[in-house]
Design a protein around this ligand. Structure first.
Ligand code: AMP
Ligand code: ZN
Ligand code: FE
Ligand code: FE
Length: 285
């Protein structure tokens, strides 16, 4: 049976491993197909592709996880095999990334103002320079400072959405993001629609389907069995492809590679229409 994991993060965003090490770890875990879906960036693709092609035993699907928001609800949209040089999409991704720097600085300022011993230099010291900044990097700096013992604790105490230090980052309307991914030759899948505290309404899922979204994550570590049953039925009603994945972040999260997997037939149907990365001369493994 093929093991297909369609959602992972490297240190190009907030995972803890290089794209090379991530692909090697997936291969070692017996994964046959792995998608690299860093937040708002395709920067890890070339390195991950090179590692996948090195021995050919694993297929890399180039992807992204786009930050979206609709009426105050934050949601994440996965995109696969799009043209990373498509001008409108590339520009929106660049804006999302650029906004994360002043946003993280604002969170650090709020913490400093409250007397917490965290500085911008601490944050820069625990990430690769090209990483797309997220709260997990602030968490890592707090661990280094001895303020908390884990990312989990940093989120629970300081970084959660209702924290006095929290500042939101720029996000795209999800229907706009679906349109951009499709225009760039890619396919769109709704990430973790039933994540605790941020459940996406059935109505919005239907709207995104109508906008051209192809699938949604059903088997995700943040979904309990009842949520998976509900989402599987909704996917069937709306003719959306039900995917499974790990949302692996290296040592930054408890999620293990291939903790959730996608059925091979679903994978084939999902990726068949994608033309983006091929069109750009970036056919991968
Ligand atoms: P941001 O993009 O800055 O809003 O941060 C969101 C990221 O933080 C997501 O990629 C999550 O994977 C990660 N995250 C959220 N909650 C936690 C947690 N409790 N422990 C570790 N990582 C988390
Ligand atoms: Zn993440
Ligand atoms: Fe996500
Ligand atoms: Fe993710």
């Amino acid at each position: 049976m093929m093991r297909i994991d369609l959602h992972t993060h490297s240190w190009a965003s907030d995972g803890t491993e290089s794209p090379t090490d991530l692909v090697a770890a997936a291969r070692a875990a017996g994964v046959d197909v792995v998608a690299l879906t860093d937040h708002d960036t395709a920067a890890g693709w070339d390195e991950a592709k090179a590692e996948a092609q090195r021995d050919g035993r694993i297929v890399l699907v180039p992807g992204v996880e786009i930050s979206c928001r609709r009426e105050g609800t934050s949601l994440h949209l996965l995109g696969y095999r799009f043209d990373p040089d498509h001008p409108a999409l590339a520009e929106e991704l660049r804006r999302l990334r650029n906004d994360r720097v002043p946003r993280a600085q604002a969170i650090v300022r709020r913490m400093s103002a409250a007397g917490l011993p965290l500085t911008w230099e601490d944050v820069k010291a625990c990430m690769v320079p090209e990483a797309v900044l997220g709260r997990p990097h602030l968490a890592d700096a707090m661990i280094e400072k001895g303020m908390v013992g884990s990312r989990e604790e940093a989120f629970a105490r300081y970084l959660h959405r209702n924290s006095p230090y929290y500042v939101a980052h720029r996000a795209l309307d999800p229907a706009v993001a679906v349109g951009l991914l499709r225009a760039a030759g890619g396919v769109a899948v709704l990430a973790h629609p039933a994540r605790r505290g941020a459940v996406v309404s059935d109505q919005l899922v239907a709207e995104l389907r109508d906008a051209g979204m192809a699938g949604m994550e059903v088997d995700h570590p943040d979904h309990d069995p009842a949520a998976r049953d509900r989402l599987r039925a909704l996917a069937s009603d709306l003719s959306l492809l039900p995917t499974g994945s790990s949302d692996y972040h290296g040592t930054g999260k408890v999620n293990r590679l291939a903790e959730g997997t996608t059925d091979p037939e679903v994978y084939e149907a999902l990726l068949a229409p994608a033309t983006g990365s091929e069109a750009a001369g970036r056919e991968v493994a």
